[in-house]
Structure formats: C-alpha cells, structure tokens
Design a protein around this ligand. Structure first.
Ligand code: FES
Length: 591
C-alpha cells in the first residue's frame, strides 16, 4: 500500500492510501469519537455522525469513519465547528434514549456514555418526543429494548456478515425506525440461533443476554445445594472485566471468587469435556466401523445445533448425539454425585458459567432432561459472573489463587481445556482416537493441522496407523454453511467435522466480555481476531501445563465408568449423556 501525505491539526504525517480519516487519525495518535463504525469496516453505515471532522477538499464536515484520506488533505479534529458538531450529534442520540442508566446492566460499559463524556454532550439539550419502545423478554438467551437503541446497525451487520444469518433488520422509517427480527417478532419466534454475537457488538444496553442472576439468588435463598461449574473459555476472558490484559488466564482467582459468592461446590466443566470426548470419540469410531452416518458433526455448540434444526433438518442424523460438556456434567452431578452425597437431585441447583448465550436456551430443551429433571438450572455468562463479583464487593485482583473442588469431578486434562477454542474439540477427540486405534499415545500430543482460525474453515487428513480420517473445522455459521451444502450435495469427503456457532469458538462467544474498538491502539487492527488469538493462547498454554493431556487418561473419568456408567456409549451413558434433535421452522436460505 503506498503512502500519502496529510496534515492533522497542522502537523504533517504519512499514512496509508485508502485509509479512512478515522483510521488514519488513530494511526497518528488521535482518538475521534465513533459509534456506528466498528471493527475495521464490518459496520460503517456512517449514520451516527459522532465522528465528524473538518477536511480540506470536502464540503463542510465529513464522517471520518467513511471518508477516505487524500494526498495533501488537511484535517481538523479540534476546530470549534467540528467539536460542536460532534457534541450535537451525541446530544441528538441522547434526546431519544432511555436514560434510566442506573437500571441498565450496561452501565459502566456503555459506549454512548463513553462518547458523551468524550464530546462533553449534555443529555437534555434536545429534549422532545421519544420513539415507541419495542421490548422482547421472551427468548431464554437474548433480550431487546429499543428504547436504548441508537440505530447504529452493528448488530444487523454482525448477524448478516459474520454469521450469514440476517435475522435482524431495520423496521419502519424515519422516527419510527427500530431494529428487530422481521415483523417485530420475538427472538423466540424467529430462526435466531441465540448465539449472542449481536449482543457482543451492541454499544448500548439495547441487546443483552437474558440475565439469570435473580434465579441464582433465589436458589441460594431457598437453601438449595447450589453447585457451580465453569467452562474453559470463561477463565481466558473474565480477567478483562477486572483490568487484566486480554488473554490473561485467571482460573485460580475465578475459583476463589465463586467460593466467596457462596457456591457449595466449584467444578470445572473440563471434566465434562473429557467425558464428552469419551462418548463422542466412541460414537465416531462406531460410525466408522459400522457404516454409520458420516461425516459425524460435533454437537457441543447450541448455537450451531439451533442453526442445524432451523436450516438443515435433513442433516440432523449427522450430528453427534452427545450432549454438550456442561449438560453432561450437570447430569452426572444430579445422578452419580447426588447418590454419593445422599442428596435428592431435586434439592440440587446447578449453575453453569458460560461464554455462551445459547446455552441459556440449551438447558431448557426437553430433549436434555432426564426423567423431566433438567441437567442445569441456570446459565450465567462470563459478563454476568463479573457483575455478581462486582456487586458483592469482592476485590477480584486481590483474591488468592484457589483450586477446584476435587471430589469425584476434580481431575481434568489438557484436552478438556482446549474445547474453548475452535478446533479444540477436534484435537481433543483425535488425541483419544489415536490412542484407541494404536494403543499408544501420540508422540507430539498436539495436532497443529487443526489449530488456528484464519479463513473460517480448516481441513486435514490424519493418518493413524493406516486409517485416514479426513476432518474439517468451521466456526461461525457463514463458514459452516459451505461444509453443510457440500454434505447436502453429496460432495463432502470428510469423516468428522467440528462446527462452533461463534466465529473463533467459545473464546469469542456471545457471553464474553465486550470487545471495544475505542480502547484499541490501532483502528486498523481486526479487533475480533486480536481478541480471539490472545484468548486462545491462554487456553493452549493451560493445556501445555497439564500433566495429563488426553481425556482417556483422566483417572476420575475412568472411575466414573468403572463405578457408574459401565463403558462409553453404554445404555446408562445414553440415558444420561446423549440427546436428540428435531427440525424446526425457519428460513431455509442465507441471504
Ligand atoms: Fe462515523 Fe458513526 S458516522 S462513527
């Protein structure tokens, strides 16, 4: 890319041709407030006008997020005209905004308030009529409150571009415009997969996860045995909520915080991940040996399962019948653990801390229940856990590092840890499949071929003692669609496919801490990729630190089969750890 000469506030700089003024300014050390512009052009509607500047060659003020730099351009960010215009833009947004900030869970992380403070906006400068409010509190995963929406369109772009789903769109015109699934339907009545990617990019509290903190509080009040289990990706991101650099694992402090919140037992979902590998690996080998439906596709991402049920009902036999790790572990807590401790399962309340919004939906599925009893009673996101910690007065940074509870489900392997990153389930399964086919452990343990998230789809052929297993990995529904269409057309060459609902896998799940472009040093970085890479590293490094790195070597998993389940895929294992799927109505085409 060739360089061009510009001036900002009279000072000369060289920047890359083709950059927007916003990108060029950030590269030169200036922060221009912005709202609708997001992630290097993923959303650049140019609609909020919060980023206005003066530039020579342009008529009047320009939206710096969409206006490109040009040779010799002189830019004024701090001219009285530009400063006044940006403030007025924010005040206009505030004039039609629900300002009950103390009741908003986004308080403290709201980007509208951030730009209000940057621009010096006063909230009552243009007080007047408010648009009609549309509320949706029906879906288990997501809530929508248009009184807080600024119509930036980030959610629309995320759903359409990153996921290729296109559930969200602009309804009506002018002052009556609002964002919604088509026809102002609830998320629950539309083919929304509840991945929560729209929540991740919403700058205000208009889109949020459906909080279950109250349900957890009620369980404590009712004197239940409240047991918590945390997914691997949570530890890789929770620290961001407390000022730690992205990618800092905070496992020990998280465990300490969960104990101080009052949970009776604190377990790692990694045990459930090891259990999943035993069940799923056995299922795969059975399908390979007995001519079962191939390719087999992983089923631990509920966003992906929703997508399959809505759009690829004919391919449901390809999905593994395994429940996801936290559901499996919940089922074990309410059966084996309960009997070992002499507790009635009805008195147990299992809380899962998840990087995922769709898990809130998953736990409600009838097909997940055992004799009418849910495996898991409440799902809270990484963000909700951070809120619980903050409201309890716990100084997270000062907590000691503590260990998981170890009775029955305390052991876990590195294979379980990497479930949180795209390709991790595949790699964990291959470690065990290798052992089953050869009777040995794989020398290098890691399967580099299935790591990374570039390009959305990866594929590899793994030769294990003469048995070649063709595998593919996709994360995000836009990538998954390519693999699924090949299966539908009979062109797929794979035996085993891993699909995760969110781009990058659970580390980038819809319940993870917000990614904020305004806090990044370089506007031209792909912020999603930056966060994904750093969080993934935290999990791979935890895998490397483990003495045991293959699920089949987990001693407590062996004990669980010896004493309770019998063997993988046994009748009892099927009763507790497997599920089924059903075609649901939805859009059949990705736009
Ligand atoms: Fe530039 Fe919205 S118009 S950030």
């Amino acid at each position: 890319m060739s360089k061009i000469n510009i001036k900002i506030e009279g000072i000369a700089y060289q920047v890359e041709e083709g950059m927007t003024i916003l990108e060029a300014a950030k590269a030169c050390g200036y922060e221009i407030p912005s709202l609708c512009a997001f992630n290097h052009g993923e959303c650049n509607a140019g609609s909020c006008r919060v980023c206005l500047v003066e530039a020579t060659g342009a008529r009047g003020l320009v939206a710096s997020c969409v206006y490109p730099v040009a040779e010799g351009m002189e830019i004024r960010i701090s001219s009285p005209k530009a400063v006044e215009a940006r403030r007025a833009s924010v005040e206009l947004l505030l004039s039609n905004h629900n300002k009950n900030c103390q009741q908003c869970d986004k308080n403290g992380q709201c980007e509208l308030l951030h730009v209000a403070s940057l621009t010096g906006a006063r909230d009552n400068a243009f007080e007047g009529a408010h648009s009609e409010t549309h509320l949706d509190y029906v879906a288990p995963g997501l809530v929508r409150d248009t009184s807080k929406c600024i119509l930036c369109g980030r959610c629309v772009a995320r759903c359409q571009n990153a996921q290729g789903i296109g559930i969200l769109g602009f309804e009506n015109r002018g002052f009556e415009t609002f964002i919604s699934p088509a026809g102002d339907r609830s998320f629950a009545d539309s083919p929304c997969i509840q991945c929560g990617q729209c929540v991740n990019v919403c700058p205000t509290g208009a889109l949020m996860e459906h909080s279950e903190i109250d349900r957890v509080d009620e369980a404590f009040k009712a004197g239940k045995h409240v047991i918590v289990q945390a997914a691997p990706a949570v530890r890789a991101a929770l620290g961001e909520e407390f000022g730690y650099p992205v990618g800092t694992p905070v496992t020990g402090k998280m465990i300490a915080a969960l104990r101080r919140l009052g949970f009776e037992r604190v377990y790692d979902v990694n045990f459930g991940a090891d259990l999943t590998i035993m069940e799923e690996g056995t299922e795969l080998l059975g399908r390979l040996k007995n001519g079962g439906v191939l390719p087999m596709i992983t089923s631990c991402s509920p966003g992906w399962v929703n997508y399959a049920e809505y759009n690829y009902g004919d391919l449901l036999p390809h999905l593994s019948s395994c429940k996801s790790p936290h559901q499996m572990q919940g089922a074990i807590i309410k059966s084996y653990w309960a009997s070992q401790h002499g507790i009635d399962p009805k008195d147990i309340f299992v809380v899962s801390v998840m990087p995922c919004v769709a898990k809130k939906f998953e736990k409600e599925r009838e097909q997940e229940k055992v004799n009418g009893i849910p495996d898991v009673d409440a799902v809270i996101t990484t963000r909700e856990l951070a809120r619980m910690i903050k409201r309890s007065g716990i100084l997270f940074n000062r907590l000691p590092d503590e260990e998981w509870d170890e009775d029955i489900m305390g052991d876990y392997t590195g294979a379980g840890v990497i479930f949180g990153v795209t390709g991790g389930v595949m790699e964990a399964a291959l470690r065990t499949v290798y052992h089953v086919l050869t009777g040995k452990e794989h020398e290098k343990i890691v399967f580099e071929e299935v790591r990374g998230h570039e390009g959305g789809i990866r594929e590899a052929s793994i030769d294990i003692n003469g048995t070649v297993i063709n595998v593919a990995i996709a994360s995000g529904m836009r990538s998954a669609k390519v693999l699924l269409d090949d299966i539908r057309e009979g062109k797929s060459k794979y035996h085993f496919i891993e699909i995760m609902g969110c781009p990058g896998g659970c580390i980038n799940g819809g319940g993870q801490p917000y990614i904020r472009s305004c806090f990044l040093p370089n506007e031209s970085d792909d912020i999603m990729d930056t966060y994904k890479e750093k969080r993934a590293k935290a999990l791979y490094s935890e895998d490397e630190r483990q003495v045991l790195r293959q699920s089949h070597n987990n001693p407590q998993i062996k004990e669980l089969y010896d004493k309770f389940l019998g063997e993988p895929n046994s009748h009892k294992a099927h009763e507790l750890l497997h599920t089924s799927y059903a075609e649901r109505e939805g859009f059949n085409e990705i736009k």
